[in-house]
Design a protein around this ligand. Sequence first.
Ligand SMILES: *Cc1c(COP(=O)(O)O)cnc(C)c1O
Length: 468
Amino acid sequence: MLPLESSPAELRSLGSAVLDAAVDFLESLGARPAHDPRSFTQDVAITGEAQPLAEVLATALRAAESGVETAGPRYLGYIPAGGLVSSAVAALLTQVLNRYATVADLAPGLVAIEQSVLDWLTTEFALPSTAGGLLTTGGSAATLSAVVAAREHHLGDESRGATLYVSGHTHLCVAKAARVAGLPRDCVRVVPVDDRLRMDPDAAARMIAADRRAGRQPFLLAGTAGTTDTGAVDPLTDLAALARRENLWFHVDGAYGGAFQLTERGRERLAGVELADSIVLDPHKGLFLPYGLGTLLVRDTATLVAAHRHDAPYLQDLGDGTGLPDYADHGVELTREHRGLRLWLPLRLHGVQAFRDALDEKLDLAEHTYRELGAMPGIDVPWHPSLSTVAFRCAAGDTATRAVFDAIRRDGRVFLTSTTIGGRFHIRLCVLSHRTHAEHVDEALAAVRAACSSTAAMTRSPRRLPTP
Ligand SMILES: *Cc1c(COP(=O)(O)O)cnc(C)c1O
């Protein structure tokens, strides 16, 4: 039985056993199936008794095997992450250090580390020196703080008739944030998109004007830098100009696509993002980090503080002398884990160029996927990928596309997901993990080809049953 306060020798053996298990897992990733479709039946209940480490580890690892292998190179569904091990190691160190890094006074060094990560990002996005932000648990939490800051800045306490603008391809987290922020249910306007699934700024302008005439209070325009469906990038420069003209908060959701700002092609495609009042990006997507790290950047840190700062007598000892931010004033959490090291350590250890190169590789792989799918007979690939997501369907229609999708799932080599665009069923493939390379994308293409020929064979075979 391991005591709560373990000896150095016990801790070394605990650490090396866990690290061995982790490295064994990573070694096995290349050969693991993308998906274990069996239902989870293992007994994991707390029994009350202390168990040996080997047994506990085995139970946890077996439990982790069920479901989708999101850490693996063949996970091409939703928005993949990967999970940089250097960041996991930073998380271990962070948790052991267990410093209280929400207020600068208690851990100025670690807050400086967290701030250096935010400063680096605001520089990458060419934001002004007033910019700042917050590391959060993910894009949804970051979006909530952005919407709250926008509401506070433009509406104060008067949120009647508050109206914000999204497109039909905007992530659900924007409407969810508005709802959680207490805005009325009818506050979300859905602006039409063009044939490349990008928000139409002229349509947005007409809707804003009509809403103003009806006495509503437009306050926020949300553009997306990389939609979840297809990776489409809204015309950010035009939307920024519209927001400025109409005195609206301009938010850019780059939870998925924001990381491509690190590449030359990405910067071109995301042009205008530097004009945003707030930007969300998810290091647990495009910077390959393990789940649990999102980022909010704001053009003016004061707007974030105005929306989130609260004082209390029991915090009266805390000073303002460090010149560093108190992250408690930037978001909803007070006690929170220090998140900076999880991004800072990988950036220092691997160097920023390693991230730029990996993201460039993903753009190339998406391009390759687009060309290869386009060359398959009977497959439609309606949109050239703006980033690293390709959506496709069978020219024969939804029934055929669903059959191909089901066959890919049954095959199990790779994990893809589907969506509905313009009322039609589409299969989507998103390349983003640092572990996904050309050979894995080629496996996915082979799985699509195999699925197409097996379903074609099925539909060719006679459906009539022989009469007895
Ligand atoms: C993933 C995603 C989100 C939500 O972020 P979470 O980290 O899952 O909370 C928001 N917007 C886009 C475009 C996304 O892809």
